[in-house]
Design a protein. Structure first.
Length: 117
């Protein structure tokens, strides 16, 4: 499975971006999709997750501002980010978790989101 993250860029605080995660090589309908982020000098942190039945989970820091979704027909996941803050600046990674697996097996290359104050 190959994952391609896109949609990052520079945005002012309070603005919005939508990240996309396009998958190829396998249909991801039964996989969970996750988004993670890594700010400069910090560890990679969990942001959001959506499972095969569209149950979602969010980090407290983004709850109410970010929304994760998926379009199985397009084999693509999304992360809608609203009310962005400077502390949301990071490289964002998408990942896929195969059914029954504890870890995320497949990772995209990352897309940079920069939020200016």
């Amino acid at each position: 499975v190959q994952l391609q993250a896109s949609g990052g860029g520079l945005v002012q605080a309070g603005g919005s971006l939508r990240l996309s995660c396009a998958a190829s090589g396998r249909t991801l309908g039964s996989y969970a999709l996750g988004w993670f982020r890594q700010a400069p000098g910090k560890e990679r942190d969990f942001v959001a997750r959506i499972n095969w039945s569209d149950i979602t989970l969010y980090a407290n820091s983004v709850k109410g501002r970010f929304a994760i979704s998926r379009d199985n027909a397009k084999n693509t996941g999304y992360l809608q980010m609203n009310s962005l803050k400077p502390e949301d600046t990071a490289v964002y990674y998408c990942a896929a978790q195969a059914p029954g697996r504890m870890n995320y097996d497949y990772w995209g290359q990352g897309t940079l989101v920069t939020v200016s104050s």
